[in-house]
Design a protein around this ligand. Structure first.
Ligand code: AMP
Length: 203
């Protein structure tokens, strides 16, 4: 049986510092979804000093993206495990056009597609400030002013086209105002999500 049968397939999208990780954590708990953060998966490989972790650490520290073929391997192993929950919430994936195309093809082989892609919109100045605050609080190695600039540039050049790809395909892309308190933004996301998951998720 397909590991993706009847599961919710949702993506939370947004630039670095938009609050994706925090919100994805809340929303996946609220709607009983498996939160798939490719950044978290990679950070855990780095922390465990695995061969994959050693390969990706310098790339992550520089603020650049990990190569697509490697990311697709990470994703395949995640999907192959399936989920005990009602579906998946992807956070930080897909992040390039080739990843989006490979993901679409993989989902199509299960006769599935992304059901909703929520975009957190936050103005650029606010992003800088937020990431630097997070650096002070969490000490992430890729949160220095230099890598922040790189990550925002990479978002514009590599990741934003993914959004255009889904918008042009007529997929369910919804913009969420990402400015406000964590609770306010969470409430907006919850409202957008409810019609999608209604009847399919045991809350
Ligand atoms: P994040 O926690 O999502 O901001 O990801 C942290 C870092 O992990 C990124 O700056 C990339 O180096 C790497 N990374 C995470 N997800 C991806 C992805 N889908 N494609 C390429 N690199 C990724």
């Amino acid at each position: 049986m397909s590991p993706l049968r009847n599961t919710v397939i949702a993506v939370l999208f947004g630039p670095p510092g938009s609050g994706k990780g925090t919100q994805a954590g809340f929303i996946s708990e609220a709607f009983n979804l498996t939160h798939v953060s490719t950044g978290d998966v990679l950070r855990s490989e780095v922390a465990q000093d695995t061969p994959l972790g050693r390969e990706v650490k310098p790339i992550m520290d520089s603020g650049e993206l990990v190569p697509d073929d490697l990311m697709m391997r990470v994703l395949e192993s995640t999907l192959a495990r399936g989920t005990e929950r009602s579906g998946f919430l992807f956070d930080g994936f897909p992040r390039t056009l080739p990843q989006a195309e490979a993901f679409d093809a993989m989902l199509a082989s299960f006769r599935r597609k992304i059901e909703v892609l929520l975009v957190l919109d936050v103005p650029e100045e606010e992003l800088h400030a937020r990431i630097l605050r997070r650096a002070a609080a969490e000490g992430r190695a890729d949160d220095t002013p230099e890598t922040v600039r790189t990550r925002l540039e990479v978002y514009d050049s590599e990741t934003r086209p993914v959004l255009t790809h889904y918008e042009e395909a007529g997929d369910n892309v919804q913009h969420i105002d990402g400015v406000g308190t964590v609770d306010e933004v969470q409430e907006r996301i919850r409202k957008a999500f409810e019609p999608i998951v209604r009847g399919r998720v045991a809350p």
